[in-house]
Design a protein around this ligand. Structure first.
Ligand SMILES: Nc1ncnc2c1ncn2[C@@H]1O[C@H](COP(=O)(O)OP(=O)(O)OP(=O)(O)O)[C@@H](O)[C@H]1O
Length: 225
């Protein structure tokens, strides 16, 4: 049984369709890439799954709690709090009353050790993104949605974050990660969903590449890897 099941989901912004008839299953302990060009509906789909948008049509069912790491641009970074305080905000949303994670532990995990006392607005863009990831990890949900977590991240740190995501999947968490990566970068994922308003392809990285040989044209210069 999938840990998340999306069936026939459509969403319009003021009668302007963003996604249409999307079907998607995610299984426990898997790392899935959600790729597509600008405006394909990736963020919209993630917000629908998280529940802050409500689908016009279709159903979304999950068997556990869901956290969303938003895009960096959606946050007011001038808010006068420290890195540790920002990560601690994730604790307010956690429903897991079992093992308590420390902000320090999570900052180490995302490679930000030593920066806990710094103010948020004194971080680089890539460091801010890693704070958002640590805050999302603090929530200890069964499903984790990440909206372009690597968009401002340098290649070595990107590899590190993919390792963190892989470890989370191995511990049983279900991850859906929106990305503009393409080509060999997709091999880091178990499965790939290609979205452009609707799901164009879904499968292992090899299956998706084979089924959509002309996809690189559609993806154009948005993509790397
Ligand atoms: N708040 C909004 N109001 C109106 N239209 C919106 C809003 N947010 C997104 N849209 C539109 O919905 C469509 C899907 O946008 P969305 O942000 O989900 O795409 P995306 O795949 O995440 O894009 P990107 O890769 O650029 O982040 C686009 O046509 C966009 O213009």
């Amino acid at each position: 049984m999938p840990s998340l099941s999306v069936r026939g989901v459509s969403y319009d912004y003021d009668n302007c369709p963003a996604i249409k008839s999307v079907d998607l299953d995610l299984h426990s302990g898997t790392l899935t890439a959600l790729v597509g060009p600008n405006g394909a509906g990736k963020s919209t789909l993630l917000h629908l799954i998280q529940g802050c948008l409500r689908a016009n049509q279709g159903t979304i069912e999950s068997n556990g709690s869901i956290a969303l790491m938003p895009q960096r641009a959606s946050i007011d970074w001038s808010f006068p709090i420290t890195v540790t305080q920002m990560v601690e905000l994730g604790r307010l949303r956690t429903r897991n009353r079992g093992q308590q994670l420390s902000a320090q532990q999570l900052l180490n995990q995302v490679g930000l050790n030593g920066l806990g006392a710094r103010r948020l607005d004194r971080l680089s863009g890539g460091q801010q993104q890693r704070v958002l990831l640590a805050r999302a990890l603090m929530q200890q949900t069964s499903i984790l949605l990440l909206d372009e977590p690597c968009s401002a991240i340098d290649p070595p740190t990107r590899e590190h974050l993919l390792t963190v995501m892989r470890q989370q999947a191995e511990s049983g968490q279900t991850l859906l990660v929106s990305s503009h990566d393409w080509g060999s970068a997709l091999d880091s994922y178990d499965r790939v969903v290609v979205l452009d308003g609707t799901v164009l392809a879904c499968g292992t990285p090899d299956e998706v590449r084979q089924n959509l040989t002309d996809m690189t044209c559609m993806m154009g210069s948005h993509c790397c890897g």
